[in-house]
Design a protein around this ligand. Structure first.
Ligand code: SF4
Length: 310
């Protein structure tokens, strides 16, 4: 189904975040065409009385005025230049960004305001913005986290129907690192019985290291109502044998018990140690170059279907 894009101007750009390691978030788009079966946002959609099932990701709200609103907020005397994380609720480099360029312009605004930036994405489209990211890095700390839970083609294809292949994300990491931008890998969410296989996790850590990632972290699937129904429905279709395992692990709980979580975290920590990725400071990125005079060729990164015309 082709997604529908709706202009939805916003009143505020920066959202206050509680109980997290950062205080502010920014999301130019609401809804995400990547439609990951495990997407935690489905839970929020259900709470907001919007579709969290297969219809999620078919209607994208675009905050068309977000950059103008952001600039006003950043100009306030009260702005303390605390870190802003872009892409906490939807992917800021989903295909719509190729057309609207809101994430790109927001990064420029944050950089000019000397505000530290974190970006979370699965979208190789980010390499288009290597120039503004490098420029922002000259004024404040910039860090990009690529979500790459697995390299397994079958798991990727069935659980992330709209994202670019993991190998494209790794190539994007290399491009960012080569431009002097800090890029790390978030192996999340790990799916019990699927991507928690030690050999599969080792493949990701090794590939992250080879791509130049500065660190790697992990987390296990979180299944709140809204996400739970959709994920389990897809699991029953694709891997029915695993249903009993999930019913046991997520029996009356949204998150797995420590006995399931800790071995995964420990394994990724060990692998990260083994491959020199455990400590960000051990793999410093080179300083950003002088202002970019040319853009990287995008065609090398954008083979994902459905990218709207720029
Ligand atoms: S890319 Fe992120 S926000 Fe988009 S559907 Fe997947 S998990 Fe959700």
């Amino acid at each position: 189904m082709r997604p529908v894009y709706r202009d939805e101007p916003c009143r505020t750009a920066l959202n206050r975040v509680r109980k997290m390691s950062f205080k502010w978030s920014l999301n130019p788009y609401m809804g995400c065409v990547h439609r990951c079966t495990f997407c935690f946002v489905r839970a929020f959609e259900l709470l907001a009385d919007r579709p969290s099932d297969a219809r999620y990701g078919t209607s994208i709200r675009v905050k068309t005025n977000i950059v103008e609103v952001l600039r006003r907020e950043l100009a306030r005397k009260s702005w303390k230049r605390e870190q802003v994380v872009v892409g906490t609720a939807t992917d800021p480099y989903q295909p719509a960004e190729g057309h609207y360029r809101l994430t790109r312009r927001a990064i420029s605004a944050l950089g000019e305001a000397r505000t530290p930036i974190g970006i979370i994405t699965r979208g190789p489209l980010i390499v288009r913005d290597v120039d503004v990211l490098a420029e922002a890095s000259r004024h404040a700390k910039v860090g990009v986290t690529f979500s790459i839970p697995t390299l397994d083609p079958e798991i990727w294809r069935r659980t992330e129907p709209g994202t670019a292949p993991p190998r494209q994300r790794l190539r994007a990491i290399r491009a960012l690192i080569d431009a002097g931008i800090d890029a790390s890998v978030g192996m999340a969410p790990i799916l019990p019985g699927l991507s928690d296989d030690p050999a599969k996790m080792a493949d990701v850590v090794r590939a992250a290291r080879d791509a130049g990632a500065t660190s790697v972290w992990t987390n296990v699937l979180y299944l709140r109502p809204g996400t739970r129904e959709h994920f389990l429905e897809n699991l029953a279709r694709d891997w029915p044998d695993l249903l009993p395992l999930y019913e046991r692990l997520y029996d009356r709980r949204a998150y797995v018990a420590k006995e399931t979580l800790e071995p995964v975290r420990r394994k990724v920590r060990e692998l990260a140690d083994q491959h020199g990725l455990a400590d960000r400071r051990r793999r410093p990125v080179k300083p950003p170059p002088e202002p970019a005079t040319e853009q990287l060729p995008l065609t090398a990164f954008l083979q994902a279907p459905g990218v709207p015309p720029a």
